[in-house]
Design a protein around this ligand. Structure first.
Ligand code: NAD
Length: 251
């Protein structure tokens, strides 16, 4: 995204959101950073104090979207991009997922994205865009991921629907669907054989994904190079969802 643009990122204190936020800062954008972790926000703001507005918040709070937009308006006067990244993982199979757990997934991964997007519509001008951070789990079935997968599939539906409804206003709405990306969300499972077999050994490209890989995709979708891309889901997974082949590759 061009220098001088204003980008809001939810969940930028660590992991993928952090890489997205840093990438926008490096390209000269201003940043509205919203997360429930104060420490991560402070260290992010220290990178470019004049260009980072931040607030500690839980994105599921009723007033969170309005507070985020007010911060963007007061500090920078506008909003050119919203990246709905904040999310939770570690789902259980459906029969072990009680109502509270289901509501937690729906609240963070879906409801907050819907509500932040709705609020942003009021501030965005033609040429602005949104990117929802979905997942390959929203595209394919995987063992034991019910509530998580349902929210990520819903984000993909929401992306297409918003692209149709708000494209006529000059807004572009896209999603990224990361595969396995090395962050705190997954790091402690990398040693588990079953997890490796499902998630690591099945990546055709010979490495794990890194947060910067997702940041690059988000930056592209927000850039002028993507000016006619609307309603698209950009898979960033090293080819994991392209195959069910479990190596080694035949000679
Ligand atoms: N890591 C992966 O392999 C992977 C794969 C596909 C999709 N994703 C998605 O990418 C996004 C980021 O994941 P990550 O791996 O960086 O996770 P992470 O746990 O490392 O970071 C998530 C960030 O979101 C913030 N956050 C979570 N809930 C929040 C809430 N209610 N209010 C405010 N902030 C909140 C956390 O504080 C944290 O800074 C998530 O939506 C996740 O589902 C991750």
């Amino acid at each position: 995204m061009d220098t001088g643009k204003v980008v809001m990122v939810t969940g930028p204190a660590q992991g993928i959101g952090r890489a997205i936020a840093e990438r926008f800062l490096q390209s000269g954008c201003s940043l509205v950073a919203l997360d429930r972790q104060a420490e991560g926000l402070q260290s992010l703001a220290a990178l470019a104090p004049e260009r980072v507005a931040w607030e500690v918040m839980d994105v599921t709070d009723d007033g969170a979207p309005a507070r985020g937009m007010a911060l963007a308006r007061e500090r920078f006067g506008r909003l050119d991009a919203l990246v709905n990244n904040a999310g939770i993982g570690r789902p259980k199979p459906m029969h072990l997922t009680d109502d509270a757990e289901l509501d937690r997934f729906l609240g963070v991964n879906l409801r907050s994205v819907f509500r932040f997007s709705r609020e942003a519509l009021g501030l965005m001008q033609p040429g602005a865009c949104m990117v929802h951070v979905a997942s390959t789990f929203g595209l394919m079935g995987n063992p034991g991921a019910s509530a998580y997968a349902a929210t990520k599939a819903a984000l993909i539906g929401l992306t297409r629907q918003m692209a149709v409804d708000y494209g006529p206003q000059g807004l572009r709405i896209n999603a990224v669907a990361p595969g396995l990306i090395r962050t705190a969300l997954i790091e402690d499972r990398l040693d588990q054989p079953a997890f490796r077999r499902l998630m690591v050994d099945t990546i055709p490209y010979p490495r794990l994904g890194e947060p910067a890989d997702v940041a690059a995709g988000v930056a592209f979708l927000c850039s002028q190079d993507a000016a006619f891309i609307n309603g698209h889901v950009l898979v960033i997974d090293g080819g994991w969802s392209a195959t069910n082949w479990v190596g080694p590759t035949p000679a």
